[in-house]
Design a protein around this ligand. Sequence first.
Ligand code: PDD
Length: 277
Amino acid sequence: MIWIDDRLVPESSASVSYMDRGYYFGDGIYEVFRVYGGRMYEADAHYERLERSAREIGLKLPYTRKETDAILVSLIEREKARNATIYMQVTRGVAPRSHAFPAGAKPVMMAYCNDTPRPTPTMEKGITAITRPDIRWLRCDLKTLNLLGSVLAKQEAAELGADDVILHRDGVVTECSASNLIIVKDGALHTHPADHLILHGITRAVVLRLARERGVEVRERPFTLEELRKADEAFLTSTIMEITPIVQIDGLPVGGGEPGPFTHRLQHDFEATIPHN
Ligand code: PDD
């Protein structure tokens, strides 16, 4: 079942207008929520980010937080979802093609809930990555539908047989195609500051909090490709991939070429934050 334009419909009868601004301009925002054991994880943080993205692009959300939550919970119940993800997006609505905001267009929300297994195999084994220039726009802190910069980078990785791509601006590492990046060097975590060049990841925030609680030094500062290559450990964080070690970058091993002890400890601590059924 898909929630689209004020109602829940079977997937086969869900449709969008060719004049939807999401389709023409990528003019909209989205969120991806995790469901563990039938319950949404860090829901308030996702709603806050959604509301901020909407505010920053001058989009009026069609529902209050309470109404949106009721819709998303109904999707979970309807699908009898246990471990799942919810994708939701809101576009600026349907109007003839013209760049400026259309007068009177009604924002369109679409949402669905899909079974999504935990990424256990990759969390255990780790993944490979390449590095590529970050050609995205300068408001990567907003979760907007314009993802072509990430799409092209991820496609390059796929063509080269790598699992993911680490992005950099003039040698300063920002994040991955759809996740944040954290490295470990000499016992401290290093990650790009949460400014306009990265998405303020909710998993990233949880992980940094867990590290601080353990007394691990956390340095939110820009670091270079050269520092990345000398890292003891590297891992990405996201709602879907959780804490996934990166064991090889541009064909070279990270540290010992296997998931490291800091990554393991944080995975273990993260596990304890997940409601189990
Ligand atoms: N991606 N950075 C980027 C560019 C992202 O697209 C995402 C999320 C993250 C991690 O954020 P969080 O921990 O809140 O999921 C970082 C989602 C999952 C996606 O587009 O599929």
